[in-house]
Design a protein around this ligand. Structure first.
Ligand SMILES: NC(=O)c1ccc[n+]([C@@H]2O[C@H](COP(=O)([O-])OP(=O)(O)OC[C@H]3O[C@@H](n4cnc5c(N)ncnc54)[C@H](O)[C@@H]3O)[C@@H](O)[C@H]2O)c1
Length: 267
């Protein structure tokens, strides 16, 4: 189940957090992995951890807002590992400010990373993904990191929510376009709830700021208690979902969104 034997995957924002955990799990499942990020040292550490566990991985400096960086990352995957079967558009940023607080520069950064990054990665990877799909029974796969904030509104960061809503529908539109063109590239999104990563920490800091203090502990506790499953999510919870969507086990999933939030948005 969920094996990625023989697959080659490129993951953006894979130096830490959900992307880092996904890189480790994909390698564990048999994939050869290209780790892309802005954080070179942490990205190299992810690669070292994969190699130490007996897997194959390469690091590439990848700013998802830069076309030339995508070209280099995809060339590394196809040059070093021979092809590209899976793209995970994971890199993302969170600002945590209200509509009235956020600056235009901050909004531009949100759009650049969370939306332009996903669009560019998808467009640039299409030729290699199409090529790999020709020889694969279940085709190639793209997994986009949306959020529960791309399904329901977010009081904490309405603009982040706008970008993730865009990723949710871009996923469906890309699945339709590639289907119509016969590319055999499945495109799905995953929608994490509140996950304990650096970004998760930023969400607690934003909640604390809004409450007029900087003590995140009670807020973290409050959010954990409001999750029907009774705890916050961890990167591994999401990585498992991403590995599934990338694998042939999800071979008939296309244009779909997988919600992994412990029931947070079930009500
Ligand atoms: N943590 C959560 O609660 C949560 C919830 C829902 C969705 N998500 C989404 O999951 C994804 C991963 O989030 P995370 O929690 O691991 O966050 P994180 O902040 O821990 O990691 C994000 C990674 O993306 C990288 N990154 C940022 N800008 C980049 C750029 N321009 N180019 C390349 N890499 C860049 C960072 O360096 C970092 O390594 C994001 O898209 C995020 O929006 C997270």
């Amino acid at each position: 189940m969920n094996r990625l034997d023989g697959k080659v995957a490129l993951i953006s924002g894979a130096a830490r957090g959900i992307g880092g955990e996904t890189a480790l799990r994909m390698a564990e499942a048999g994939a050869r992995v290209v780790v892309g990020d802005l954080l070179d040292e942490a990205g190299q550490a992810t690669v070292a951890a994969i190699r130490k566990a007996g897997g194959q991985a390469e690091y590439v400096h990848l700013d998802v807002t830069k076309e030339a960086d995508w070209t280099a990352a995809i060339e590394l995957a196809t040059g070093r590992f021979g092809k590209l079967d899976v793209l995970v558009n994971n890199a993302g940023v969170f600002i945590g400010k209200s509509i009235e607080e956020i600056s235009l520069e901050e909004w531009d950064r949100l759009v650049a990373v969370n939306m332009t990054g996903v669009f560019l990665g998808t467009r640039m990877a299409v030729p290699a993904l199409r090529e790999a799909a020709r020889g694969a029974e279940h085709g190639s796969a793209i997994v986009n990191l949306a959020s529960i904030a791309g399904l329901v509104g977010s009081q904490l960061d309405p603009l982040y929510s706008m970008t993730k809503g865009g990723v949710t529908l871009f996923t469906k539109s890309a699945a339709l376009e590639f289907g119509r063109k016969g590319y055999r590239i499945r495109v799905n999104s995953i929608h994490p709830g509140v996950i304990e990563t650096d970004m998760g920490e930023q969400t607690f800091a934003a909640r604390a700021r809004r409450a007029g203090h900087n003590d995140t502990a009670p807020l973290r506790q409050g959010v954990a208690e409001s999750v029907p499953w009774g705890r916050l999510g961890v990167a591994l919870d999401i990585a498992k979902g991403i590995v599934f969507l990338a694998s042939d086990d999800a071979g008939y999933m296309n244009g779909a969104g997988l919600v992994v939030d412990g029931g947070f948005t079930a009500a």
